[in-house]
Ligand binder design. Structure first.
Ligand code: FAD
Ligand code: SIN
Length: 570
């Protein structure tokens, strides 16, 4: 049924011999925390690095991160405690090795940021003179932050500055990676075989300066971020269209845990405004959740009340909205010291002011929204994917750190830890590489015979259907309906070739993004349909219990196989 998605290898036809070429040791696709940190590590290990970002380097999920970075930096905290919290949050699906790596190496990566000039908020007398806060699921106040609620901007600026200080890193902004290139067609006898010969990743085909170009890379690191734009209600910026997940899947890399999409409980709910995140740290500092009747309801759902894990809080909000026959609930910050609130959350205070909401006097209307893609390209303890030559880090990858549910502020830490590991390993691998570039690659796509669909309309309809049917609460009939709808759109849209010459660059990019979103939407819906239990952020109304006997496993997906491959834990 999902044939157009599983059969498509490349989004455009090309003959590598006829395109402008670039060569590099390590290609990094993505300039958020994971890509920037990987680029620094690769460059410091002696590699020539090319880093692509589809927008400016400042436009990433990383830039918008608010709450902070979780790390064991204080004498009374411990690795074991952070590991325990992460694994409890992960609901039985965490990869123990990945958890230990990130939590034990993370503090070093954070201290290094201080050396590179990062200005995290201070509290003299504390460990490293840093201020720490608490977030849901953490049993210790171990979250550091910058400028109150602007942690991501400070982190990104520090890493960008460090990247720019390295002569062997080139940044290419507004450069859209279309596909990863592999040599399976070259190795197989003739055209695309249904079971291609083992292949290697050799770089990417990308739109740079309005020209389709081939980048031959000895190693490629995918750090292309998340998939939040797949949902109508989302905290993610425009760039988060799941390009990396789709590219890797087309190239034959294994992706896993695609049903695990995390929803953030608190985004500002003002009709007509975009869903701006309200950091969990607001609840960490003591804010309550109340319904339209002013009732503080979280005690009815979890002993940790407002600081319960995110999946619990998001579902509780949905339930309370249902019970009170309303559209949203509220954050109540009126009991918090007003002057301190303004200093601690300056970005939020500014945002609320725009909507004439005074946090000292008014309730703040909120609603959950899609926030973080836990599933991604299956990656090992150096970020290596199943496809030789390809690494996947950050939100594009799936190291297993987060299991079935991510703890707040663990994501930036993961990007730092695995970014550094992947960059180092990629630089080492590039030195050993003996592939002679360029290689003959000639990919043809027959012209489409199908009618055109309006791409903008497909995109907004896809986002609505994903929110309605593959959101916080799921069930078999609605997931089946979603699979059918996506398969229908895919039959038309996946069949098309969007090329910049005919369309202009922006329209071609929009077409590729929708193709990527359809591919990943199908993978998420399929995986959610397959997992007939509830676990972490995957909640099935028709299978509400967690089933540790049959379902303590990952679901792996590999093109062109259309059924999941179970991968039991341990
Ligand atoms: P990103 O930072 O999203 O970077 C992706 C990069 O890939 C971008 O440079 C983009 O241009 C590039 N890219 C994508 N597709 C292509 C393509 N086709 N071609 C070329 N380039 C491409 N986590 C925490 O731990 N703490 C927090 O406080 C926190 N707050 C958050 C607040 C918000 C509003 C959001 C949205 C997320 C928050 N998160 C937080 C999550 C965290 O920010 C992200 O998970 C993390 O930043 C992801 O980093 P990344 O490097 O994987 O991807
Ligand atoms: C937030 O600040 O609430 C987001 C933190 C995160 O997603 O890790």
């Amino acid at each position: 049924m999902l044939e157009p998605i599983t059969q498509r290898r490349y989004l455009i036809p090309f003959n590598a011999a006829r395109l402008p070429l670039q060569f590099t040791d390590v290609l990094v696709i993505g300039g958020g925390v994971a890509g920037l940190r990987a680029a620094i590590a690769a460059a410091d290990a002696g590699a020539e690095v090319l880093l692509l970002t589809k927008d400016t380097v400042a436009e990433s999920n990383t830039w918008y991160a608010q709450g902070g970075i979780a790390a064991v930096l204080q004498p009374l905290d411990s690795y074991e405690s952070h590991i325990h919290d992460t694994e409890v949050g992960g609901a039985g699906l965490c990869d123990e090795k990945a958890v230990r790596i990130v939590i034990e190496e993370g503090p070093k990566r954070v201290l290094e940021l201080l050396e590179w000039g990062a200005n995290f908020d201070k509290k003299p007398g504390n460990a490293h003179d840093l201020a720490f806060t608490l977030e849901g699921g953490h049993s210790f106040a171990r979250i550091i932050h910058a400028y109150g609620d602007a942690t991501g901007k400070e982190l990104a600026q520090t890493l960008i500055r460090t990247v720019r200080s390295r002569e062997n890193i080139r940044i290419s902004e507004t450069s859209f990676a279309i596909d990863l290139i592999t040599d399976e067609e070259e190795r197989a006898t003739g055209s695309l075989s249904s079971s291609p010969a083992p292949s290697r990743c050799l770089g990417a085909i990308a739109l740079i300066d309005s020209q389709v170009q081939i980048i031959w890379a000895k190693r490629t690191i995918l750090a292309s971020g998340g998939a939040g734009q797949l949902y109508r209600e989302s905290t993610n910026p425009r760039i988060a269209t799941a390009d990396g997940h789709a590219m890797a899947y087309r190239a034959g890399a294994v992706v896993q845990d695609m049903e695990m999409v995390q929803f953030h409980p608190t985004t500002l709910y003002v009709a007509g405004a975009s869903r701006a995140l309200i950091t969990e740290a607001v609840r960490g500092e003591g804010a309550y959740l109340v319904d339209r009747n002013g009732y503080r309801f979280m005690g009815d759902y979890h002993a940790s009340k407002e600081l319960a894990p995110r999946d619990v809080v998001s579902r509780a909000i949905v339930e309370q909205i249902r019970k009170t026959h309303y559209t949203h609930v509220y954050l109540d910050t009126r009991h918090l010291p007003a002057a301190e609130f303004l200093v601690r959350f300056p970005q939020l205070a500014k945002l609320l002011e725009q909507f004439e909401i005074d946090p000292a006097k008014d309730l703040i209307p909120i609603h959950p929204a899609a926030h973080y893609m836990i599933g991604g390209v299956d990656a090992d303890d150096y970020g290596r994917s199943s496809l030789p030559g390809l690494y996947a880090v950050g939100e594009a990858g799936c190291s297993g750190l987060h299991g079935a549910n991510r703890l707040g502020s663990n994501s930036l830490l993961e990007g730092l830890a695995f970014g550094a590991r992947a960059g180092l390993d990629a630089a080492r691998g590039a030195k050993e590489n003996n592939i002679k570039f360029p290689i003959r690659l000639d990919h043809k796509i027959p012209p489409s015979t199908k009618t055109e669909l309006d791409i903008t309309d497909v995109k907004s309809s896809l986002r609505s259907v994903m929110w309605r049917n593959v959101g916080i609460e799921r069930d078999g009939p609605r997931l089946e309906e979603t699979r059918e709808i996506i398969a229908f759109w895919a039959r038309y849209v996946m069949d098309k070739v969007f090329v910049p010459n005919n369309l202009g660059s922006a329209a071609a990019v929009a077409g590729w993004e929708v193709q990527n979103m359809l591919t990943v939407g199908a993978l998420i819906a399929n995986a959610a349909m397959s997992r007939t239990e509830s676990r972490g952020c995957h909640y099935r109304l028709d299978y509400p219990a967690t089933d540790n006997v049959h379902w303590r496993l990952h679901l792996l997906w590999k093109r062109p196989i259309e059924t999941p491959i179970p991968d039991p834990i341990g």
